[in-house]
Design a protein around this ligand. Structure first.
Ligand code: 5AD
Ligand code: SF4
Length: 438
């Protein structure tokens, strides 16, 4: 059999990035080799995101573009996966007659069979959700290859139904992976030279709660931290209503747990939080932040904020601004509200004008930029352990991550990639730090 070439483009969150990595590994069994440009490929896959309207538009535009490559390469197979695919299913095949296959968020493992059919002209869309009995298919393990840092999916799906969010519709209900499978995968990764794992799930705090016999997320963290050779653990994403004392205690007890937490607030006003169906108040959120800061002094906090939710008044927005200043996030991922079809908030009538949303977003970003820079400067002259991830932007530079998750660039040999090295911070900018090897 001849080797095939695969080009894959990934949109959206780390879960999609991880799914794409698993697709590449899985298809390498079918002799697919990864290439860097769509014109070189005989298989093009788009792994899509539908969390905001803009992300979805991007996918459609890109798809129209890529389909035109079929005029040059008659053998080309084009597939669409991820969240837009999950949402649209068959309709994507109708809208784009040159698309050969559509796979959803639970059906990645069906890809090899779908590809075979595609080569015989059979166009398939597979977007059913699997239940917990098929968990092994839902969470195919990575190969125990790679070095440095690796993602490990521990759960997927979401039961929270925040009123603005499409995720429960496109990722399905919460399903946790078996703890023994997670531990076995991490042991394999560590044996291959991995020093850091990033545990992934839409809602990692809910890990295990729907399945008998599984540990809680805090218990799972303790089991992972006990694995020899593993040096760092991160996880994302957490929900403030489920950020338990038990989980926060892990920050006090487990040195391997990095000093970083992603805890999306989404809004600072109780009225907006209630309409978002977030299940907590501003006071509860700040209480959890304070408990985290006590458990791990200096912990770096990042969060997500949605600006311009329907009915958000100027006073509501001011409460978001004051929350941002009070928490002192290292970084905020902020978004203008974008209505998603099928979600409850899509029916809320008090939508703000695009102009007002953009104006508030700009104010939030400006405030946060100052805080980010101040926090970055607070690292000046400190010693940091950096996990080297790759080559930096400038010649001779390496780039890696501190315990806090901050990106640090410094001069060094590529042989250091994948290793932890000590660095002293010599300059602090808006988006990164610069250091020198000690
Ligand atoms: N509009 C704007 N932002 C959204 N997010 C999720 N849904 C929407 C939406 N409809 C943001 C949230 C979430 C992040 C991944 O995307 O802040 O945490
Ligand atoms: Fe979406 Fe809310 Fe679930 Fe997060 S917790 S994935 S915002 S529904």
């Amino acid at each position: 059999m001849n080797a095939h070439s695969l080009y894959i483009e990934t949109y959206g969150c780390q879960m999609n990035v991880n799914d794409s990595q698993r697709i590449v590994a899985m298809l390498s069994d079918d002799r697919y080799q990864l290439v860097n440009s769509p014109v070189e490929a005989d298989l093009i896959l788009l792994n899509t995101c539908s969390v905001r309207g803009g992300a979805e538009e991007k996918v459609y535009n890109r798809l129209s573009n890529l389909c035109s490559l079929k005029k040059i390469n008659k053998q080309l197979v084009i597939g669409v996966g991820g969240c837009v695919a999950q949402q649209e299913g068959e309709q994507l095949l109708e809208r784009f007659p040159l698309v050969d296959l559509v796979f959803g968020t639970h059906t990645v493992h069906l890809l090899p069979g779908m590809l075979q059919d595609a080569r015989h002209g059979i166009r398939r869309s597979e977007t059913e959700f699997f239940d917990t009995e098929q968990r092994r298919d839902l969470f195919p393990a990575t190969r125990g290859e790679g070095r440095g840092s690796q993602f490990v999916t521990v759960m997927q799906g979401c039961n929270n139904f925040c009123s603005y969010c499409i995720v429960p519709f496109v990722r399905g209900r919460e399903v946790s992976r078996r703890a023994e499978d997670i531990l076995e995968e991490i042991e394999r990764l560590v044996a291959a030279g991995v020093v850091e794992v990033v545990l992934l799930g839409q809602n990692v705090n809910s890990y295990g709660i729907h399945q008998d016999g599984q540990p809680s997320f805090a218990q799972l963290l303790r089991q992972i931290a006990a694995l020899d050779g593993l040096q760092r653990i991160r996880f994302t994403t957490s929900h403030p209503k489920d950020m338990s004392d038990e989980l926060i205690a892990c920050y006090a007890d487990l040195p391997k747990l990095c000093s970083q937490v992603q805890l999306p607030a989404q809004a600072g006003s109780n009225a907006v939080l209630a309409r978002m169906n977030r299940g907590y108040t501003r006071e509860h959120y700040l209480d959890r932040i304070n408990a985290l800061k006590q458990a791990r002094p200096g912990i770096t906090i990042t969060g997500d904020i949605i600006v311009g939710f329907p009915g958000e008044t100027e006073a509501d927005f001011e409460e978001t601004m004051s929350l941002v200043e009070e928490v002192r996030y290292a970084d905020v991922y902020s978004f203008a509200y974008s209505p998603r079809p099928g979600t409850r908030a899509a029916d809320f009538t008090e939508e703000l004008s695009k102009h007002e949303k953009q104006h508030r977003l700009a104010r939030l970003i400006a405030t946060q930029r100052n805080i980010t820079l101040e926090i970055n400067r607070s690292f000046l002259h400190t010693r940091q352990e950096i996990l080297v991830e790759g080559i930096g932007k400038h010649p001779g530079q390496l780039s890696g991550r501190a315990d806090s998750g901050k990106t640090v660039n410094f001069s060094g040999e590529p042989a250091l990639i994948g290793h932890l090295v000590p660095v002293v911070i010599t300059a602090a900018y808006q988006n990164s730090l610069v250091g020198e090897l000690i």
